[in-house]
Write a protein that binds this ligand. Structure first.
Ligand code: SAH
Ligand code: SF4
Length: 354
């Protein structure tokens, strides 16, 4: 059978090229994107303003394929987790987190993750491969289809699911383009966030090319500890990471700020002295710190900090001029909280056997 191209993941320019190769005028792109992204119509036959000949052609050369939903879990607090089958026995996870005034979708960018942060369940699974733009965009489509029927919507998208987005730059940036494009999802740049453990060269490219919000997974305020918790720090130490962050803040036409994520691990990174060190490190940077209570997963070696310890840590940051919030744990009963996403990864790094 002829190879059929999945049209999810193509941006306006790609679709212009695609339709022009079929001998169609560029206005088809607009019509087509409105069907897919605004009407959520994935059946070419039902796209009524496309003529019959074009529909037939589309059916032979293209598809709008969504991955199979393996399971959909509903947590007691309204969080929804979709497990999606990406073939070859790999599963990824996508999470919807409803709040009073917004609905955030947390999407995956890779099958597993090669970076092996010691406190992260995804990191323990090893790595299989990068996701394509279509595989990221279809996570949003699947969630949107379900939520639309329930009269709910997605106001924010965060790349905080499985994987390190800045090790899959091109596909992630193209997905960001579609999330921001009014003909697709039309989200504002403040509502799309890339979270990274700090791939420094990519941060310079992102600062220039992609107008989205940035979250940095910091977790330690000195190199010795960060080398241990976030091993990529051995390659890109704090000094280089913070210089790249400052460059991000100084680039772009609109005011920017960075969210620094800091997972609270009992007896590891949660002392008063470490809070002061963190405040000193971030002083003068347009930053907000988000303290994340550590989420347990099977065989994890850490415990989460006590609530009182987290409060003291937050107060010290505040007293030293750093804005800080504590993330509420959401979706824990269906293993949908930060760092609990494991999916099913056919590991190619060999690490999962360690
Ligand atoms: N790879 C990217 C994005 C995915 S991880 C990154 O590291 O930023 C999303 C967030 O969840 C990161 O801040 C990560 O450090 C945090 N996280 C990972 N494991 C966690 C755990 N067990 N408990 C709480 N947060 C965790
Ligand atoms: Fe990868 Fe992020 Fe998990 Fe580290 S925290 S292993 S970078 S997904």
């Amino acid at each position: 059978m002829q190879y059929r191209q999945n049209l999810f993941g193509l941006n306006q320019q790609d679709l212009d090229n695609f339709f022009s190769q079929l001998g169609e005028k560029p206005h088809r792109t607009k019509q087509f994107m409105q069907w897919v992204y605004h009407q959520r119509e994935f059946d070419f036959d039902k796209m009524s303003n496309l003529d019959e000949q074009l529909k037939d052609k589309l059916k032979t050369v293209a598809t709008l394929d969504l991955p199979r939903v393996v399971v959909q879990n509903f947590a007691l607090d309204g969080v929804i987790k979709w497990v999606l089958d990406l073939g070859n026995q790999n599963h990824i996870e996508t999470i919807y987190i409803p709040e009073k005034k917004r609905g955030t979708l947390c999407i995956s960018s890779q099958i597993g993750c090669a970076l092996a942060c010691t406190f992260c369940s995804t990191g323990k699974q090893g790595f299989n491969r990068n996701l394509s733009t279509a595989e990221m965009i279809t996570q949003v489509m699947i969630a949107q289809q379900y939520l639309h029927a329930k009269d709910k919507n997605i106001s924010n998208v965060v790349f905080m699911g499985m994987g390190e987005p800045l090790l899959n730059e091109n596909a992630v940036y193209q997905a960001c383009g579609l999330l921001l494009d009014d003909l697709a999802f039309g989200l504002s740049r403040r509502k799309v966030t890339i979270s990274t453990s700090g791939i420094v060269p990519a941060l310079y490219r992102l600062a220039k090319q992609v107008p989205v919000s940035l979250a940095i997974s910091l977790h330690a305020a000195n190199d010795a500890l960060r080398n241990e918790l976030v091993p990529i720090n051995q390659k890109y130490p704090l000094k280089e990471l913070l210089a790249a962050c400052q460059n991000y803040l100084d680039s772009g036409t609109q005011e920017r700020h960075i969210l620094f994520e800091y997972v609270m691990l009992e007896g590891v990174n949660d002392s008063a002295q470490q809070a002061r060190q963190l405040a000193k490190l971030l002083y003068g940077i347009a930053a907000k710190v988000n303290l994340i209570p550590f989420n347990l997963f099977p065989k994890s070696i850490y415990r989460t900090s006590k609530t009182a310890t987290i409060k003291t840590f937050q107060d010290i940051l505040f007293d030293n001029g750093i804005r800080a919030t504590t993330r509420r744990v959401r979706g824990g009963d269906v293993l949908a909280a930060c760092g609990q996403l494991a999916g099913k990864v056919v590991d190619k790094s060999g690490r999962s056997q360690l």
